[in-house]
Design a protein around this ligand. Structure first.
Ligand SMILES: [Zn+2]
Length: 338
């Protein structure tokens, strides 16, 4: 308990709260700007088990705001989930971690979210959030919705059966191209820090059962233009398809989108048409005749200018140097071909 002395002294937590934290399990979906802030707080606070799911790898442009990564991680292009866990193990070795280098989707969401007490949103796109919302409502897991961009962000704790869910608040994901992305609006460093820390605070309240202190409804903050708004959304929408009619449209949707452009990057993620587990050594061997190849423990990187393909063990590839899904899928079919 010594290392948590200051937190135990705080009356809202106390020894009982600290013990509950130590016994609790959480999954973090996405470990970029928001996710690294959330993971950092939860690990230092002494949550018992932390699973970090992320599909991407570290790049130099991440370091401005993604607090668990350093220049070496960017040079090595380490997967974010792995780099975050390696860093956090140095910070708090007394808790258990699991790094999952994968894209959370309808095919794996229930498996990754069913054995934890809390789910935290560090995602960078709405498609994933609606899958998380479906899975959490279906499984009865509380989760904290959070998003940050430019100088503003939102967060909302969601307790299925008690509070409004994401779909109560926002019936459909905003259509592609209608919202700001990190490409078009950028991200001011403090923004994900503020939103991520508030989301982590709500997460701690949920884990230790401080329900009466929970922030109810949607919190909206802009740290450049100085506004802080709370919109109460106390009750579920009576006609919500997800939490009232228990229709899980996003979870039941087949994984058909084989390519998706990544937020803030000149890159596209391509998923294999069916689940695979690649032999990275054999793949690296095959690709050496095509371009320059680097192999790490978690990925193979093929550079064929102007493109760079980073291929993960689960068959996904991030194709850098294009934002055209068709071009990325073509390169994937040519070089990976699974
Ligand atoms: Zn709902």
């Amino acid at each position: 308990m010594d290392r948590y002395a200051r937190q135990v002294v705080f009356p809202g937590v106390g020894e009982a709260g600290q013990r509950r934290l130590a016994e609790s399990r959480a999954t973090l979906v996405g470990c970029g700007a928001l996710g690294t802030v959330i993971a950092n707080v939860l690990a230092r606070s002494g949550v018992g088990f932390l699973r970090i799911v992320d599909r991407d790898y570290v790049e130099l442009t991440n370091l401005q705001r993604q607090v668990l990564f350093d220049e070496q991680d960017a040079r090595d292009g380490v997967p974010k989930a792995t780099a975050a866990v390696e860093q956090l193990q140095r910070v708090n070795s007394e808790i258990a971690y699991e790094a999952v280098v994968a894209d959370l989707g309808p095919d794996n969401a229930e498996r990754l979210l069913s054995d934890v007490d809390l789910v935290l949103d560090g995602a960078d796109n709405f498609e994933v959030r609606y899958v998380v919302n479906d899975a959490c409502v279906k499984l009865g897991k509380p989760w904290v919705y959070a998003a940050a961009i430019a100088s503003y962000g939102v967060l909302m704790p969601i307790i299925p059966g008690e509070t409004a869910c994401l779909r109560c608040a926002l019936a459909d994901p905003p259509p592609a191209g209608s919202v700001d992305t990190c490409d078009t609006a950028g991200v001011l460093g403090p923004t994900p820090g503020i939103i991520g820390n508030l989301a982590a605070a709500e997460g701690i309240k949920l884990l230790i059962g401080a329900r009466e202190q929970l922030s109810r409804g949607l919190t909206w903050i802009d740290c450049w233009y100085n506004s802080f708004n709370q919109t109460p959304i106390e009750l579920p929408a009576p006609d919500c398809p997800t939490c009232q009619r228990r229709r899980f449209d996003f979870l039941e949707r087949p994984v058909t989108s084989l390519g998706a452009t990544l937020c803030g990057r000149d890159a596209v993620q391509v998923r294999p048409p069916a689940a695979v587990e690649l032999d990275l050594g054999a793949l690296a061997g095959r690709l050496t005749t095509i371009g320059s190849v680097r192999q790490g423990p978690h990925l193979v990187r093929l550079t064929v200018p102007p493109h760079e393909l980073t291929i993960f063990r689960d068959g996904r590839a991030i194709v850098k140097g294009t934002s055209d899904v068709a071009v990325a899928r073509g390169l994937y079919a040519r070089y990976v071909g699974v």
